[in-house]
Design a protein around this ligand. Structure first.
Ligand SMILES: *Cc1c(COP(=O)(O)O)cnc(C)c1O
Length: 358
């Protein structure tokens, strides 16, 4: 039996997609082999790759002047690739720090560029987003980097900030969760393992005019211009994750696209936050306007019960509710593939747990 998997990542995938992959694992499209066992340069795989890109472009309505890259190395490699590709000698870059991942991104960027911190939410213990009007954005910065959804603290931007420099966004945990105005961004990137597919694949969407400044020492596989010219196949790409991501894109289209996802995700998150706020036992510290729809961290009134909470939940098929090791507590991740039934089941368990132990 399938559990309700609340993991932050690698995360739950749509069951119909897994079933499809299972059906064609041994004999893919009548080829007598799996998709994992064929050349990335074969006609058959190139068609898979191209179709995945076309479907992603359609889902996000990506304008033609953006390149879409299917890379490896996770979001973490992009923390370095982004400054190394976009920044020339002496250039500065601006970063907004709203939690664990934006802090990691800015620390890595410091190794390659002059970083100014335009805004920092650390003093709030990452429970809010500083007013954009108060951000100190260096108008000479090559870009401003921010993290629209902080996966660990559960803080999400409900808007796209208006700044005078190109926006770079780490959308690892909220890409494809609602319609997005891609044209507002210079670069969007996301590791696949939260809301796209299996780990091993990273998607980068970059406006062409930002390219061409790569430093000469940049490794070729990290060079966006070279990868774009080679169709993300400068070397062997992560073929199975690319294939599976393509299946997820088809599933998203069948389910009504990103508008439908946006409605579902808003409804799931509202259910859980409303219950947490009303419970008198569970709590979420984030300013309500900035609460994440994707990752819902919460604490119990008695922290000593958290281990018991996780083990009793697991026994009922509600798994991976432990918070990130950096912050503790509990966390329920509600990506596209989490059905609303999973949220109902979680809330029913939380209510019963209060009756037993509250
Ligand atoms: C998970 C996550 C990362 C790290 O991703 P890797 O693929 O492990 O490098 C970075 N940023 C955000 C927002 C994340 O959720």
């Amino acid at each position: 039996v399938r559990i309700y998997n609340f993991s932050a990542g690698p995360a739950t995938l749509p069951l119909p997609v897994l079933e499809e992959a299972q059906r064609e694992l041994l004999d893919w499209a009548g080829s007598g082999t799996s998709v994992m066992e064929i050349s990335h340069r074969s006609k058959a795989f190139l068609a898979v790759a191209r179709e995945a890109e076309a479907d992603l472009r359609e889902l996000l309505a990506i304008p033609p002047e953006y390149k879409v890259l299917f890379l490896s190395g996770g979001a973490t490699l992009q923390f370095a690739s982004i400054p190394l590709n976009l920044v020339g000698p002496g250039d500065s870059v601006a970063y907004v720090n709203t939690g664990h991942w934006s802090d990691k991104a800015l620390k890595e960027a410091r190794r390659y560029a002059t970083v100014t911190v335009a805004a920092d939410a650390k003093d709030s213990n990452y429970t809010t987003i500083p007013e954009v009007a108060s951000w100190q954005v260096d108008p000479a910065a090559r870009y401003l980097h921010y993290t629209p959804n902080e996966t660990i603290q559960g803080v999400e931007f409900p808007f796209i900030p208006d700044v005078p420099v190109p926006l770079v966004a780490d959308m690892s945990s909220n890409i494809l969760s609602a319609p997005l105005e891609v044209s507002r961004f210079g670069l969007i990137y996301a590791g696949a393992q939260k809301n796209i597919g299996p780990s091993g694949l990273t998607i980068v969407i970059v406006r062409e005019d930002l390219l061409g400044r790569a430093q000469a020492s940049l490794p070729s596989v990290m060079n966006y211009s070279l990868q774009a010219a080679e169709g993300s196949m400068l070397n062997t790409p992560a073929t199975f994750p690319w294939y599976l991501a393509g299946r997820v894109f088809k599933w998203l289209k069948r389910e009504g696209g990103l508008a439908a996802m946006g409605r579902n995700n808003a409804a799931k998150a509202a259910l859980l936050y409303d219950y947490i706020d009303a419970s008198g036992f569970y709590s979420n510290p984030v300013v309500p306007a900035y609460r994440s729809r994707m990752n819902v961290p919460f604490r119990l009134a008695d922290a000593a019960l958290e281990g018991l909470f996780a083990s009793e939940a697991a026994a009922e098929g509600l798994r991976f509710l432990e918070g990130h090791r950096a912050v503790g507590g509990m966390r329920a991740s509600l990506y596209n593939a989490m059905p609303i039934e999973g949220v109902h089941a979680l809330i029913a368990f939380m209510k019963a747990f209060v009756v037993r132990h509250g």
